[in-house]
Write a protein that binds this ligand. Structure first.
Ligand SMILES: Nc1ncnc2c1ncn2[C@@H]1O[C@H](COP(=O)(O)OP(=O)(O)O)[C@@H](O)[C@H]1O
Ligand SMILES: O=C(CO)[C@@H](O)[C@H](O)COP(=O)(O)O
Length: 517
């Protein structure tokens, strides 16, 4: 009988499910898209039921469209968008929409955390308190929605909620728990000091597990819903960037991951969690127990391209739109784009900054705008690599994953801007493959992740940097780098205008603030 593992990649734009056999061959893939809700500036929410329903639909399609028999699915594991708060009551019912990793309404709560714990917070968690992380979201609910807080009994992160609905078991794996910034990374336990400082009951924090821990079989309810067998074994799973690093074979410090999903990530494997980034970069537990990685995050990488497509080319597909950028030149004929359209996290932890096109000329055509968007996103990644370079960290290979890695043109732009060879995977499913690897190792198909990587990680084409292009991009990046400082205050004023506008729309009697501007 054939045997498969399912890697469930719970992204921000969609859930993607891959069925992988023992040789690492992806036998079938299905996905299901869901929307992002942004009811106010800075807010970003999703309905956790959409994740569960989408996962079930994708599994049903795998079974029906690709003739994968439920009895052949030996194990399942997960990769999940990080940090999102799913708040549950005592009966484990969802209390409010999930607040996602790119929800930046929590600046005041981050300031409270800094004021109370200062550098001690970095010592405990390895991170600075930033808007996207889970703890500031918990504090926001506590301060702004007391009725909901009164009912809150526990919380989960996105993929942990999906796993809960599939198995009935509550747990968070370590790689996602570090992203809550409530974990004491040295002790490997929830930090009592942080919980006490913010009066959060320890009983709210779920059981901590490893990424390969077996959680249990599929529950009877989910088996009926999805067509899965109850005998399928379910393993913990990991934060999407940890899973992507695993699926891309990032297991040594000379390798860097570049991920373009909804967010953008530059990630480096770290020999130890004791690094000197001092919260400028995130430090997270890896999916491999005892290992760590650091990363910087562009909040709106793939999201900037999908915003651009939705707004200016709604009826074209991504491939057609992206290919059009080849009609423009290196530097988009002198047009720059900054992708700060949802605020930014690294290197500027700034919820108020917004994006811009700089240098629009009457001769610019749409291919110039498209190219500027692609290049601006990669310039934001160059800012992240510069942090590593400033620390004299060396790397010689960049593995590119995520939806953005589907485009050869964009991969060449990456190689040129990074001035480093960029390699893609044969199949761009980095996080999904990482999730499948967790199930394969959990089932005992392989004795170690290194053995599993030999079978499961297949590199595709390498894109070599073009020296002349790299020099031109290095000069353009010097200009790009100045845009943040020059537009920061303008962005703040415009955001204030928008915020007043939306609160006046909700309360038409208060028009004065808008008039002042
Ligand atoms: N053909 C394509 N070429 C380049 N980029 C693409 C293409 N298709 C999708 N993308 C980009 O990939 C992003 C989605 O990537 P994905 O890894 O699926 O995201 P997530 O895991 O956040 O759901 C889109 O926002 C888009 O910017
Ligand atoms: O916030 C982070 C990492 O800290 C994001 O990378 C999220 O984990 C979302 O990932 P994608 O949906 O973009 O893959």
């Amino acid at each position: 009988m054939k045997e498969y593992v399912l890697g469930i990649d719970l992204g921000t734009s969609a859930v993607k499910v891959s069925a992988v056999d023992r040789t690492g061959h992806i036998a079938a893939q299905e996905s299901y898209d869901y929307p992002l809700s942004q009811p106010q500036p800075g807010y970003s929410e999703q309905n956790p039921d959409e994740w569960v329903n989408g996962t079930a639909v994708a599994i049903v399609r795998l079974i029906l469209n690709h003739h994968i028999r439920p009895a052949e699915i030996a194990g399942i594991s997960y990769s999940g968008q990080m940090h999102g708060l799913v708040l549950l009551d005592a009966q484990h019912k969802v209390l409010r929409p999930a607040m996602l990793w790119n929800d930046t309404r929590t600046t005041a709560q981050c300031q409270e955390i800094e004021a109370k714990l200062g550098d001690r917070f970095i010592e405990i968690t390895g991170n600075r308190p930033l808007e996207g992380f889970t703890l500031p979201k918990i504090l926001w609910v506590k301060e702004n929605e007391p009725d909901i807080w009164a009912k809150a009994a526990t919380f989960l992160l996105p993929k942990d909620y999906v796993r809960y609905r599939m198995t009935g078991k509550l747990a968070i794996d370590y790689s996602d728990a570090t992203g809550t910034v409530m974990l004491d990374i040295k002790q490997g336990a929830w930090s009592q000091e942080i919980l006490d400082a913010f009066d959060i009951p320890a009983s709210m924090c779920p059981l901590l597990i490893n990424s390969v821990t077996e959680v249990g079989p599929i529950s009877e309810t989910f088996a009926i819903f999805s067509g899965l067998h109850q005998s399928t074994r379910v393993f913990g799973g990991a934060a999407d960037n940890a899973a992507a690093a695993l699926g891309a074979g990032i297991i040594a410090p000379n390798m860097v991951l570049c991920s373009i999903g909804t967010s953008g990530v530059i990630l480096k494997h770290e020999a130890s969690a004791d690094t000197a980034y001092h919260g400028v970069l995130q430090m997270e537990d890896h999916a491999v127990t005892g290992q760590s990685y650091s990363m910087g995050v562009t909040l709106a990488a793939g999201y900037s391209l999908s915003w651009y497509k939705r707004t200016f080319a709604a009826h074209e597909d991504f491939t057609h739109l992206v290919n059009e950028a080849a009609q423009s030149t290196i530097g988009a004929n002198g047009l720059l784009f900054t992708p700060y359209i949802m605020g930014e996290r690294t290197p500027y932890a700034d919820a108020n900054i917004r994006g811009s096109f700089i240098g629009i000329d009457g001769t610019h055509q749409r291919p110039d705008f498209t190219r500027a968007v692609l290049e601006g996103i990669i310039f934001s990644f160059r800012d992240l690599l510069d942090i590593y370079d400033a620390q004299h960290q060396t790397y010689d290979t960049i593995v590119s994953v995520g939806g953005g890695a589907k485009s050869p043109l964009w991969l060449q732009i990456q190689a040129d801007v990074f001035n480093t060879p960029v390699v893609r995977l044969e199949n761009e499913q980095g996080p999904g493959m990482g999730a499948a690897m967790l199930a394969a190792v959990g089932l005992g198909w392989f004795a170690s992740f290194a053995d599993c990587a030999k079978a499961f990680v297949h590199y595709g084409q390498t894109y070599q940097p073009n020296v002349a292009n790299a020099q031109r991009y290095a000069a353009l990046h010097q200009i790009y780098h100045q845009v943040y400082g020059q537009t920061k205050e303008l962005s703040r004023q415009l955001l204030e205008y928008r915020t007043n506008l939306s609160s006046n729309l909700m309360n038409p009697n208060q028009k004065t603030k808008v008039k002042q501007l």
